[in-house]
Design a binder for this molecule. Structure first.
Ligand SMILES: C[S@@+](CC[C@H](N)C(=O)[O-])C[C@H]1O[C@@H](n2cnc3c(N)ncnc32)[C@H](O)[C@@H]1O
Ligand code: SF4
Length: 414
């Protein structure tokens, strides 16, 4: 899953940054370009159908309307990549990671995604060990398309499995069978993918402890070196939220979600996958998602595509949301940013805590305010932060603290 970044209310740039000229990135934002890890995110805003729980910026053919279509999308995304390379100019940093997310990237022909990667390599210096991930829906890949993606430079695939229980997949409106995700993981390994992740969701209405145990067993029997497990969020405005509001589906309670998390952590740890972020487990350091680590470290990334967010040296901007508006902007030679904000030092300090505390390594106590440090000491007493690292100057969540990560973050921020 693409990491959801907290939206901050920093001081807004006085004017939206629209023209694609190098002044878009002020000197202050450029200052750390050479020394800060840099990644590219490419958003693919298309899905075959919309899952009832999902409020991501994605469109089915029916929802899309005129002015944008899938067959032209790779070309439009490449136009923004070209613009990014122009704006960065001589400061163009080496790309360490690329993450193609969605939507359903694999709804595009695999050679379109490979063409986007060709453009990345043509326009930017790239690291020899560049991590290139695509998200994929299990039913939208084949052995042939996986071969094409691998040959196009993709090294990592993240498949949305969600559950091994048929009735849970039905509640979530997923289109694949329980076994298809595991089969796709095997196909990805056969195609030579170095890293394979399966995404799971727990806490769906009607999911039992046995269903969740079966999902974990299925994931662990698959050839994966990374697992992400997310509690189902009932997002306002989704079909799922309407069904819950009408009383058609029960809302899972927080104690059950905590039990499911503990169950997942125990099963994954037992199988040799360790947590390195609250919702992410990896077989070893090499299997961690370096692109997400770059977000969590608040490094630099350029987000390509409608609605994509970017962050370079404290300047954040986000693109127009609709694919047709996005294509229009690029067609007219304009940068697709809708608006931007300059993060203040306070905003940046807050982000560092919100992102850093969810990591296994936690964060230095010096990142907290004086009041935050006093509350961190209380959290140690209450068993939410580890005492050893605290004595050594770090705030690191305990197992119990992980269950209450959001509440601990609220406590440690003023
Ligand atoms: C947005 S999807 C994109 C990849 C792909 N389309 C898929 O469904 O796997 C990335 C991940 O976000 C998860 N996700 C989306 N909405 C969610 C929600 N409301 N609660 C928890 N996970 C969610 C998906 O299930 C998926 O595993
Ligand atoms: S397939 Fe993925 S991106 Fe598309 S609607 Fe479902 S969860 Fe959202």
């Amino acid at each position: 899953m693409t990491t959801t970044l907290p939206l901050l209310t920093g001081s807004r740039a006085t004017e939206p940054v629209l023209p694609a000229d190098p002044t878009m990135l002020p000197d202050a934002a450029r200052a750390g370009l050479a020394t800060t890890p840099f990644g590219l995110y490419v958003h693919v805003p298309f899905c075959a159908t919309r899952c009832g729980y999902c409020d991501f910026n994605t469109y089915t053919s029916d929802e899309l309307g005129p002015g944008a279509n899938r067959s032209e999308y790779a070309g439009t995304a490449i136009a923004e990549l070209r613009m990014a390379a122009e704006v960065l100019g001589a400061d163009r940093p080496t790309v360490q990671t690329v993450f193609v997310g969605g939507g359903t990237p694999t709804l595009l022909p695999a050679h379109d995604l490979a063409a986007v990667m060709d453009a990345v390599r043509e326009l930017f210096p790239t690291a020899p060990d560049m991590e290139v991930t695509t998200e994929a829906n299990p039913e939208s890949v084949t052995p042939e398309s996986l071969d094409t993606l691998r040959a196009g430079g993709f090294t990592r695939i993240s498949l949305g499995m969600q559950s091994a229980a048929e009735h849970v997949l039905a509640v979530l409106d997923r289109r694949h069978t329980p076994g298809r995700a595991v089969q796709a993981a095997h196909e990805a390994r056969a195609a030579g993918f170095e890293h394979v992740n399966l995404d799971l969701i727990y806490g769906a209405p009607g999911e039992t402890e046995a269903d969740w145990a079966a999902s974990l067993d299925a994931v662990l029997a698959a050839p994966v070196d990374h697992v992400s497990a997310y509690a189902l969020i009932v997002e306002a405005g989704t079909r799922l939220a309407r069904r819950v509001a009408r009383g058609e589906l029960p809302m899972t309670d927080d104690d059950v979600l905590a039990d499911r998390y503990e169950q997942a952590d125990a099963a994954l740890q037992k199988a040799g996958l360790s947590w390195y972020e609250v919702s992410n487990w990896a077989q070893d350091d090499a299997a961690r998602c370096r692109h997400n680590e770059l977000y969590w470290a608040n490094a630099n990334w350029w987000g390509i595509g409608p609605g994509a967010h970017s962050h370079v040296g404290g300047l954040r901007w986000w693109n127009v949301k609709h694919p047709a508006a996005y294509a229009d902007r690029l067609g007219a030679g304009l940068h697709p940013a809708a608006d931007s904000e300059q993060l203040t030092p306070d905003d940046q300090a807050l982000e560092r805590i919100m992102l850093g505390l969810r990591l296994r390594d936690g964060l230095p106590l010096t990142a907290l305010s004086e009041a935050g440090r006093a509350r961190a000491a209380e959290c140690v007493v209450r068993g939410l932060l580890e005492p050893g690292p605290h004595t050594a100057g770090r705030a690191v969540l305990t197992d119990r603290g992980r269950l209450l990560a959001d509440a601990v973050i609220r406590e440690l921020t003023d």
